[in-house]
Design a protein around this ligand. Structure first.
Ligand code: SF4
Length: 381
């Protein structure tokens, strides 16, 4: 019997955990950012529109099979499990993804993999999008990554065509709005391209999500990284600004660069200070700033810039004004993945606090402290 499978790539943004993943392309068109290992060794490939459309049909097939076991209130899990058990390993992966998408996402979101799907030919991607919308009409959010350099190749009408075909959101790893930082990262993009791409996307009515990496310029470029990134964002007013605090990752060119004099990594606290400075410089925009990654120090540094900015800054500054030992206790708890905030440390189990204090007591230098935090942080990147 013919196997019913669809392609699923390994990499997705964390906030697409429950989305349907649809592999339209493979790998990254650039693949040379100094801090990134995601697609190392992989060649960018475009899948044929016919293959992707077949995948969409297979998703619909599993969706319908699963709904045959729905009585209007809940799924018959015995029947679901029987059907699942009868499948091959590859089919099981597809079935499980569709079931999770139905149960956890209500079939509303799809992410088009991989790292730069918006770079493919406009007629091909719109053809795929139209089929997607026809076959899976419950979708509300259809999103894709796009690099600023390739996004600038489209004009506003091109983005409007994407929107009309069904694309609702573009994510872009801007990382920094400072050209010198972008050069240091070997990002292959410029702030001018970022502004142009972002403004066109907004003009076409597509939601836009940019990523910023506080600390990515190191000590020397920290202030410019904050101010120039805020300036780029102010000129776009994207729907979302997502924070991904920079940590140097082993086995990347950045790791080697950081051993020399060209890059001095900021401390955990200095990275937060850079984020605060960037946020202070965000003006006249309605973007929602999101801190949805464990790598960021403060879990609740989030909100609408036009409404919540002052509260966000107060919250961060309260932490920055704490006595050093209180800051360290929270930093370590956060880096050990405790679900706490700095103003909730009283709720930590007392044995755990004793251990945290013991670790801090044995730290002999600021360098040792930063290295300890970075060791934990590197587990999350
Ligand atoms: S563009 Fe994105 S996926 Fe590609 S190398 Fe850079 S960070 Fe990695």
């Amino acid at each position: 019997m013919e196997k019913r499978t669809f392609a699923i790539g390994n990499i997705r943004p964390p906030f697409h955990a429950n989305s349907l993943l649809l592999q339209v392309t493979e790998n990254c068109t650039w693949n040379r950012c100094n801090f990134c290992t995601l697609y190392r060794g992989g060649q960018f490939k475009m899948r044929s529109a016919e293959d992707v459309k077949k995948d969409i049909d297979t998703v619909a097939y599993y969706r319908d099979k699963i709904f045959e076991k729905y009585d209007g209130k809940d799924f018959d899990m015995d029947k679901i499990m029987r059907e699942y058990s009868s499948l091959s390993v590859e089919e099981k992966n597809c079935y499980a993804m569709v079931f999770n998408w139905i149960r956890s996402d209500n079939m509303k979101t799809v992410f088009l993999q991989d790292a730069n799907t918006t770079s493919i030919r406009l007629d091909v991607i719109t053809d795929i999008l139209r089929h997607l919308r026809k076959i899976l009409p419950s979708l509300e959010v259809v999103s894709s990554y796009g690099r600023a350099d390739t996004l600038t190749r489209l004009d506003v009408d091109g983005f409007k065509a994407l929107k009309e075909a069904g694309l609702t959101m573009i994510h872009s790893g801007y990382e920094s709005g400072c050209n010198d930082v972008l050069k240091l990262l070997n990002k292959g993009t410029t702030r001018e391209q970022q502004i142009e791409a972002g403004q066109k996307i907004k003009a076409a009515g597509i939601d836009f999500n940019v990523f910023y990496m506080p600390g990515s310029g190191g000590k020397a470029l920290s202030e410019r990284n904050a101010i120039e990134t805020a300036d780029v964002i102010n000129q776009i007013d994207p729907e979302y600004i997502r924070i991904r605090t920079f940590v140097v990752k082993p086995q990347t060119p950045m790791w080697e660069i950081a051993k020399g004099n060209d890059f001095q990594e900021l401390t955990d606290i200095e990275k937060l200070q850079e984020l605060v400075l960037m946020t202070e410089n965000l003006k006249g925009i309605k973007s929602y700033l999101i801190s949805d990654h464990i790598i960021n120090l403060l879990p609740r540094f989030e909100g609408y810039i036009n409404k919540d900015k002052e509260d966000m800054l107060r919250y961060a500054k309260e932490f920055l004004n704490l006595p050093k030992n209180k800051q360290m206790e929270f930093q370590l708890a956060r880096r050990l993945c405790y679900n706490v905030d700095y103003n909730m440390m009283n709720y930590m189990p007392s044995e755990d606090m004793t251990q945290i204090r013991e670790v801090i007591k044995n730290i002999s230098s600021p360098q040792e402290w930063e290295e300890l935090l970075r060791r934990y942080l590197r587990q999350y990147i």
